[in-house]
Design a protein around this ligand. Structure first.
Ligand code: HEM
Length: 459
């Protein structure tokens, strides 16, 4: 950052001075998880609150995060609320399963995310963004695009290609629209679960959402069925899941298990990256000095080409912008776990069955950990001193055994797409429009993200 540069403070919900009454807090959390935190949450090391019959804790310092997500992670299982919300879509797939089932799924899925596969997937990323930019190129300067939708379309296309080696055409549309419909109804907060009430009081996914999930499962099932006897490795996620045998039992996954894992990959693998790109382009549009530095790096590295895998390591400032975007707007702003047995975290007694939360949103904006935590300052990721010493302070992909399997995929995609877009276009929000972060299943710009396109001069 140059000495004179004024750092941008991008939007965040106002934090209330005092804790909201428990029922109001739950109502607000259901609408927007990141709106519920008080001012104290941004410097407290640990928080505890009782909601009717159940305790809720927030591990809010690096040591507590390490304890919950790494050292004693076996004691903190994915919550029943999360399972209920996603079960119609992903069954008992890896994102929501626990224990031995999860261990087996993870062992079998790991080879699908091997570096050499990501290298091949990067071509789909370059092709995907090139097609979108060709489409934008046809539009006159001043045209407005729905950037959030554009980013969701391009990342959905990329992940579909990585999953099945094809974009799926009409079937892809059914999957993509079904997911959008399903997710619109979802939230991580389940009143009954938080209050410790029996599951009969819980919110189950609506009939409309379950129908959307069924349509998606049918499409995926059909493709898995068609490829079931195919022993050739097509280099995609599906081949890897079909061909990999569990190193411990020698057995592979069943058709249903593969269908569920493919649904997990689609669910986990497109909206998160789409949101990262939407936020990054939003932040750049508000920070002209950052934009100028970015354009200069990209011009020098790409010289007019679309970015490829080989460019990623040379786009250091672009990567810092992505890292800083993931700090300010982590797509998964809260991880919710259930304590299986009683425990002690940071000197606090944890009751068995209670709710344990870790919030990247809070850790990334914690006053004890970051300098100017609410400012957009990509430079902090260019030096070691710019960020906290503990790796548990920066956790957009989680940490420990359940850490995101797709982190390399996502970071490669974010850098390739961001560099290719910024090289060709400057984006600005129409006058009078702005967004706010709203988190349900993932953290997105609300209500929508219209952007005015302007082609950059070639020089
Ligand atoms: C910027 C983009 C992304 C972010 C921020 C993100 C973040 C996360 C987080 C926070 C978790 C859960 C960690 C936990 O609960 O402890 C997760 C899990 C997962 N993610 Fe990602 N993710 C992204 C992109 C992707 C992509 C592109 C894929 C696949 C292509 C993917 C696949 C998965 C899978 C399979 C899991 C489940 C891992 C398990 O439970 O063992 N993610 N991700």
């Amino acid at each position: 950052m140059s000495a004179r540069q004024k750092l941008l403070t991008p939007p965040m919900p106002p934090a209330s001075k005092h804790a909201l009454p428990p029922f109001k807090a739950l109502r607000v959390a259901k609408r927007n998880v990141v709106e519920v935190w008080t001012r104290q949450a941004y410097f407290a090391p640990f928080m505890a609150e009782k909601y009717l019959f159940r305790w809720m804790y927030v591990a809010n310092n690096p040591d507590a995060v390490r304890h919950v997500l790494v050292s004693n992670s076996a004691n903190y299982e994915k919550s029943k609320a999360m399972q209920r919300a996603l079960q119609p879509l992903v069954g008992n797939g890896m994102f929501v399963s626990n224990g031995d089932t999860w261990h087996k799924q993870r062992r079998i899925a790991i080879p699908a995310f091997h570096h050499k596969r990501i290298l091949a997937f990067a071509d789909f990323m370059s092709e995907g963004v090139e097609a979108m930019l060709a489409d934008w190129d046809e539009k006159p300067d001043g045209s407005v695009v729905a950037l959030d939708e554009e980013m969701a379309n391009v990342t959905a296309g990329v992940v579909c290609k990585a999953m099945f080696s094809e974009t799926l055409g009409e079937k892809g549309r059914i999957v993509y629209e079904g997911f959008t419909e399903y997710q619109a109804k979802l939230t991580q907060i389940d009143y009954a679960e938080m209050l410790g009430l029996p599951s009969i009081f819980s919110a189950w996914p609506s009939l409309k959402a379950r129908r959307a999930a069924k349509r998606i499962r049918q499409v995926i099932e059909e493709i898995v069925g068609d490829r079931w006897d195919d022993k050739q490795d097509h280099g995609d996620f599906l081949s890897s899941l079909l061909l990999t045998k569990d190193s411990e039992t020698g057995k592979g996954l069943t058709k249903t298990e593969i269908r569920d894992e493919m649904a997990v990959i689609f669910l986990a693998g497109h909206e998160t990256t789409a949101n990262t790109l939407s936020w990054a382009l939003y932040l750049i549009s508000k920070a002209p000095e950052t934009e100028a530095r970015l354009v200069s790096e990209i011009k020098e590295v790409l010289e007019g080409r679309t970015a490829t895998f080989a460019d990623v390591n040379n786009l250091k400032f672009t990567r810092a912008v992505v890292d800083e975007t993931l700090r300010l707007y982590p797509p998964v702003p809260v991880f919710s776990r259930t304590a299986v047995a009683a425990d002690v975290v940071d000197g606090h007694e944890i009751k068995a069955g209670s709710n344990m939360m870790v919030s990247p949103w809070l850790m990334h904006r914690h006053r004890a950990l970051w300098k100017n935590p609410n400012r957009f300052d990509p430079d902090r990721f260019l030096t070691k001193e710019g960020r906290p010493a503990s790796k548990y302070a920066y956790i957009p992909f989680g940490v420990g055994p359940r850490t995101c399997l797709g982190a390399s995929f996502a970071l490669t995609e974010a850098v390739i797409l961001l560099a290719s877009i910024v090289q060709k276009f400057s984006l600005t929000m129409p006058t009078g429009k702005d967004v706010a972060p709203v988190a349900r299943l993932s953290l997105r710009p609300h209500p929508e993200l219209p952007m005015v396109l302007k082609k950059r001069e070639k020089s």
